[in-house]
Design a binder for this molecule. Structure first.
Ligand code: HEM
Length: 408
């Protein structure tokens, strides 16, 4: 059964849930013998880990997990840039909260109210370009352009071009998945350096100036009474850039796929918009764009009765926890809109590192789906579901293309 769990294999992301289900039937934790990674598949144990950063640290060198290490050329390109400092995702220390406090207001109600008109106008523009009854490739026509424009606007980088920002973001995302070829690893290093140089030029230009964008904010911010260092600013900006678009893009595409393949769902949501937030949470639960995240055991410990030696890597598979039968009932891939959710899903994580942009992505998804429900009477899939392409990645799940036909 475990042979089907091949998280590094091309095609694994097409139907990972079947592999998780098979693993869960064997136990809550799967130990991968050749890498030593403990995959946590169970909802309660994933929460136990997420809530105990003092036992399970996020300070993990994900990129360093690449088989064979990094080509020398990558190191040479990196040497021309700035070493990044741990700020949010990789930082469990006391400075985590201070860094988070700097950027969190961008995603709180006031920040969201500021960006709302931009989101609404971009959504209207993209929706208008969709012709009813004609086939459209939804990922490139809508799911990618909306979130990259929104995060570009929030960062204050949109003038550099959405395509450029997306290319940089894809490079960071691929690196996090550590399944790249040597040629791509070198390309990623070049794109990263170009992105960091562009960001630092904007930071330098905006020192001492006013402005609501994240670059101006960080260029003029202080932490513990001193200005931020380049490696800290770049760490924050690159995390916001990649996390701010990739996952919302994935969720938009998964939402439309579910609407296309579930009879009656479009009509039900159209008639009862109050169900939309629940639908979005169900898409996040079932399709879970970030399938999992690493943690490292700080000391010898036990989890679910299993001994975990100090230094071991754990991979919390949020996507499996979100379908844990003991919490959510049968794993039948069904969107449940009735009754109360059985438990919080883990698509945004939990605890110290809970997604700082969760409210923004929910906001963006709501505005986008409302507009599509307003404009069209339904949607169908214009391809065999089994033929849909997914990105090869260790823990991000993204549709690369989604051919759809919207009905008038
Ligand atoms: C559907 C969309 C999204 C999903 C599924 C998602 C998922 C996640 C998850 C699972 C984590 C926790 C990782 C961990 O515990 O190691 C996280 C953290 C984070 N997310 Fe998101 N995210 C989304 C949207 C966004 C957006 C729109 C932004 C920013 C604009 C963002 C920025 C971040 C940052 C900076 C962190 C690190 C927070 C910390 O360590 O304190 N995310 N996200």
């Amino acid at each position: 059964m475990t042979a089907r769990f091949a998280p590094r294999a091309p095609g694994f992301m097409v139907a990972p849930h079947e592999a998780y289900r098979a693993l869960r039937a064997q136990g809550p934790i799967f130990h991968e013998a050749d890498t030593g990674i403990f995959y946590v598949l169970d909802h309660a144990l994933a929460i136990e880990v997420l809530r105990a950063p003092e036992r399970f640290s996020s300070a993990v060198d994900r990129a360093g997990m690449r088989a064979g290490g990094l080509p020398a050329e990558v190191q040479a390109i990196r040497a021309k840039g700035w070493p990044l400092a741990p700020t949010l995702s990789h930082n469990d220390g006391p400075s985590h909260d201070a860094f988070r406090a700097l950027v969190a207001p961008l995603f709180m109600p006031r920040g969201l109210a500021t960006i709302r008109p931009f989101i609404a106008s971009r959504v209207a523009e993209l929706a208008k370009r969709i012709a009813p009854c004609e086939q459209i490739e939804f990922v490139s026509a809508f799911a990618v352009p909306l979130p990259i424009a929104v995060i570009g606007e929030i960062l204050g980088m949109r003038h550099l071009g959405d395509d450029t920002l997306k290319r940089w973001s894809d490079a960071f995302a691929d690196e996090l998945g550590f399944l790249t070829s040597d040629a791509r690893a070198v390309e990623i290093a070049r794109l990263t350096l170009a992105c960091h140089q562009a960001m630092m030029a904007l930071v330098d230009a905006r020192r001492g100036s006013d402005g609501a964008d994240a670059i101006t904010l960080l260029a003029n911010a202080t932490i513990a009474g001193r200005p931020l260092e380049a490696g800290e600013i770049l760490s924050l900006l690159t995390q916001l850039l990649v996390a701010g678009n990739e996952t919302t893009t994935a969720t938009l595409a998964f939402a439309l796929l579910r609407l296309a393949k579930t009879p009656g769902l479009w009509a039900r949501l159209s008639a009862d918009r109050a169900l939309l937030p629940r639908f979005i949470e169900e898409v996040l639960r079932l399709d879970c764009p970030i399938q999992g995240q690493f943690r490292r055991a700080v000391a010898d410990t036990r989890l679910g009765g299993i001994a975990i030696p100090a230094g071991s890597l754990l991979h919390l598979r949020f996507a499996s926890a979100n379908r844990d039968e003991r919490v959510f009932g049968p794993d039948d891939d069904t969107v449940r809109l009735d009754g109360k959710p059985a438990a919080p899903h883990l698509a945004f994580g939990m605890g110290l590192h809970f997604c700082v942009g969760a409210a923004l992505s929910r906001f963006e998804l709501t505005i986008a789906l409302e507009a599509l429900l307003d404009r069209f009477a339904g949607v169908s899939l214009a391809a065999e579901q089994g033929a849909l392409p997914f990105r090869t990645h260790f823990h991000h799940r993204n549709l690369l293309a989604l051919p759809l036909v919207f009905r008038a």
